[in-house]
Design a protein around this ligand. Structure first.
Ligand code: GTP
Ligand code: MG
Length: 235
């Protein structure tokens, strides 16, 4: 399974976007920010490769692959600027974006519910992966119904000048959770200017998230049942 990569890294493209977004003035600061983006992008490549290797291993050795597909993205400079001003995140000139962890992101979509923790464990137990933050929105869904497993990890990136740790945001969720999140995002964006409309559909959307979760619990039950029947046949 090849990762779907959106907005592929181009340092020239980012340098222009940073300039346009007013995020950096002057050649030196634009270069600094671009180098930082490059580091985050390299960290994303490292994590992406780890997940692709796991995916290959599951396909080769087991009759079930937990990974359905994966998506990678780098945060657009404009949206980074929006986040900095919206959340009033202090930008430290020595550690630019040091407390912004989602510049590089990867989403892993799994087939079944139990696959989420399988992927999480396989990644976290690797000796060069450090967990910075972890949020379990599956056992603790958001009030709007959002479910997903969120991880911020850091990995070492080997550059010409030496090694540096850099963070990557990982979201692990089932096909059902992904469908819901993507449509909810779309609907929220569409009703974004009209709070009354947004409130109107909120409860309904939460209900659908729960319904989907119920369906996926049942699919899991069927899958687990079939798998243990197969195991019995083979032994
Ligand atoms: P940010 O700093 O904005 O990323 O928020 P946070 O640090 O509180 O992180 P959180 O784990 O809540 O969310 C991070 C990401 O998860 C978002 O950028 C979305 O991609 C996704 N996400 C979180 N909540 C929702 C939600 O209610 N709906 C959808 N569609 N996506 C969500
Ligand atoms: Mg985010």
């Amino acid at each position: 399974m090849i990762i779907q990569r959106s907005n592929l890294f181009s340092i020239k493209k980012y340098e222009k976007q940073f300039r346009d977004a007013g995020l950096a003035q002057g050649y030196e600061s634009i270069r600094k920010i671009s180098q930082l983006y490059l580091l985050r992008h390299s960290a994303l490549n490292e994590i992406g490769t780890k997940l692709e290797n796991l995916d290959d291993e599951y396909s080769a050795n087991f009759d079930h692959n937990p990974i359905h597909h994966m998506e990678e993205r780098m945060k657009e400079p404009g949206s980074l600027l929006g986040k900095i001003s919206r959340k009033q995140i202090p930008v430290d000139t020595n550690d630019l974006f040091g407390n912004i962890y989602d510049i590089a992101g990867i989403r892993v979509i799994t087939n079944y519910l139990d696959d989420i923790i399988k992927v999480r464990d396989a990644l976290v137990k690797q000796s060069d992966v450090t967990v910075i933050k972890e949020k379990d929105y599956i056992n603790h869904p958001k009030p709007n119904g959002y479910r997903s497993y969120h991880l911020i990890v850091s990995v070492p990136v080997f550059q010409d000048e030496g090694v540096q740790e850099a963070p990557v945001e990982i979201q692990i969720r089932t096909v059902g959770m992904d469908t819901w999140a993507s449509l909810e995002h779309d609907l929220r964006y569409k009703s974004f200017a009209d709070q009354e409309k947004a409130d109107q559909y909120a409860a309904e959307l939460a209900q659908y998230a729960n319904a989907l979760f119920g369906i996926e619990e049942n699919m899991q039950r069927i899958f687990t049942g079939l798998q243990s029947e197969n195991d019995e046949h083979q032994s």
